[in-house]
Design a protein around this ligand. Structure first.
Ligand SMILES: [Zn+2]
Length: 159
């Protein structure tokens, strides 16, 4: 997986989500999301997130049916075959999503970086890049994390 890099080709990070942004992502309903940056991000990562959630659900079901159910007294009950697996799959699926979110975001770091720049934010640490003068090579350098971004890519209108 390619590591995120800034416009001087130095390694950088993918800006972390705030708790509020994480909550929007966990809710996962784009039409309700109030944070416009997160709304756009959700579009970029949607298919990978759905894949991870389905894979997590399948793994949860397999684990329940083959590794847990035989050792419970629920083998021939609706509870053992429908109710518990239903909730178990949701829990495993959510955990799979939660723990792979940073991998998912790193995988799409190029698109996510541009979204941050469209909002005038540093893609590496989400610091506001407003009012900074570009250096000789045309890059704006983030005062918070030193990542450099081509000034042309940094929006001042906050799309
Ligand atoms: Zn930064």
């Amino acid at each position: 997986m390619p590591m995120p890099r800034d416009d001087r080709d130095q390694p950088c990070s993918v800006a972390r989500l705030t708790n509020r942004q994480l909550a929007w992502r966990a809710l996962g309903i784009r039409s309700l999301t109030k944070d416009s940056l997160i709304k756009q991000e959700q579009l970029v990562t949607f298919s990978t997130e759905v894949f991870v959630a389905i894979a997590g659900g399948v793994i949860g079901w397999v684990v329940w049916v083959f590794a847990i159910l035989p050792f419970t007294g629920l083998k021939n009950t609706y509870t053992g075959h429908l109710i518990i697996p239903f909730f178990f799959c949701i829990v495993v699926s959510s955990l799979a999503w939660f723990f792979s979110l940073s991998w998912i975001r790193t995988r799409k770091s190029k698109q996510i970086a541009q979204l941050h720049l469209d909002h005038g934010l540093c893609p590496s640490c989400a610091y506001a890049l407003d009012g900074l003068d570009p250096q000789q090579d045309g890059c704006v350098v983030c005062p918070e994390c030193n990542a450099a971004w081509n000034a042309i890519r940094v929006s001042t209108t906050h799309a």
